[in-house]
Design a protein around this ligand. Structure first.
Ligand code: PEP
Ligand code: MN
Length: 336
């Protein structure tokens, strides 16, 4: 970080400022320039708030040279992070996660699990606790849904991915869930993030509906700063002025995040588009721009789905998509 002070800043004021910064494990130099005084700062600068520094007397500007999300940043950790989920090494192997939006019955989740496994999925998704816009919509089978997911895991061997909505469920999720999903609506539920940070479970952190890339990486930092570095990011579309699609898939966020962070990034084309027929081209785009995986909604009977049927693929289409994705993966030098 660098501080730019007014040229006329008195020396005692500079000394006082440096002493204050030292209390926060930040050391500073002092370089007198033509029109200003520069204080390059080193140490735990991620603790500092540039806006607060800028409000101090004589400070003209406070500028970060390294990101505040220092644990998630590639600049402090150049190698890709690999997050193990069961036998899957997310970030090294391309991972395909599939399953229904919501768990509806033991039979439904077993049927879909067997179908997506046969098509090549390596993890099973399915919501037991559903964050719905309306309180009158189906809210999920809750704990019973988790039991059914566990049953499907037992049958197929697929690790399970499901969404947590509240810290009070953490103990049960740590016990039964392989990859804990934090949904878009909870991306800035900081208490939930901090509690998940105290576990060692892999976390799938979805991007918030209107979150910038920096806010998303800062959310990852909340989990990591508590000690859990097993974070996988998920781009699932952001809200824009466009209403034709449910959200707008931010394809550019994928290479951007791969550049800014060492964490794996998976893409959810189902929630991005909201339309089943758009899932295939968006999934191909995600593979082409460097995503580490995909999470796709698949339902055995989308017309009768209790949630998100319009964006769900039937198992046979999902199987065909797998084949098409292999072709794209070959072109961009990835194995699928
Ligand atoms: C989901 O994956 O079922 C879901 C609710 O996704 P999002 O949080 O991205 O809306
Ligand atoms: Mn859904």
């Amino acid at each position: 970080m660098i501080l730019v002070l007014q040229k006329n800043t008195p020396e005692p004021a500079i000394r006082q400022l440096l002493a204050q910064l030292a209390l926060q494990n930040v050391k500073g130099g002092c370089v007198a320039g033509e029109t200003s005084i520069l204080l390059p700062l080193v140490g735990e600068t991620w603790r500092l708030d540039p806006a607060a520094l800028q409000a101090l007397p004589y400070v003209q500007e406070a500028r970060r040279l390294t990101p505040a999300y220092h644990l998630a940043a590639r600049s402090t950790h150049p190698e890709n992070t690999v997050v193990p989920v069961g036998d899957v090494r997310v970030g090294a192997d391309f991972c395909l996660i599939a399953g229904p939006c919501a768990v509806e019955s033991a039979h439904q989740i077993q049927t879909v699990a067997a179908a997506v496994k046969a098509a090549g999925a390596v993890m099973l998704r399915g919501g037991a606790f559903k964050p719905r816009t309306s309180p009158y919509s189906f809210q999920g089978l809750k704990e019973v849904g988790l039991d059914y997911l566990k049953g499907a895991k037992k049958e197929t061997g697929l690790p399970i991915v499901t969404e947590i909505m509240s810290p009070y469920m953490i103990e049960r999720f740590v016990e039964d869930v392989d990859l804990i999903q934090v949904g878009a609506r909870n991306m800035q539920n900081f208490e939930l993030l901090k509690e998940l940070g105290k576990t060692n479970k892999p976390i799938l952190l979805k991007r918030g509906l209107a979150a910038t890339i920096e806010e998303w990486l800062m959310a990852a930092e909340y989990i990591m700063s508590e000690g859990n570095e097993n974070v996988i990011l998920c781009e699932r579309g952001i809200r824009t002025f466009e209403t034709y699609t449910r959200n707008t898939l931010d394809v550019s966020a994928i290479p951007a995040v791969k550049k800014l962070s060492h964490l794996p990034v998976v893409v959810d084309p189902s929630h991005a588009a909201g339309l089943w027929w758009m899932v295939e081209p968006l999934a191909k785009a995600a593979v082409a721009v460097g995503a580490d995986g995909l999470i796709i909604e698949v339902h055995n009977n989308p017309e009768a789905a209790w949630c998100d049927g319009a964006q769900s693929l039937k198992p046979d289409r999902f199987a065909k998509l797998m084949g098409d994705l292999r072709g794209i993966a070959n072109i961009v030098g990835r194995e699928l």
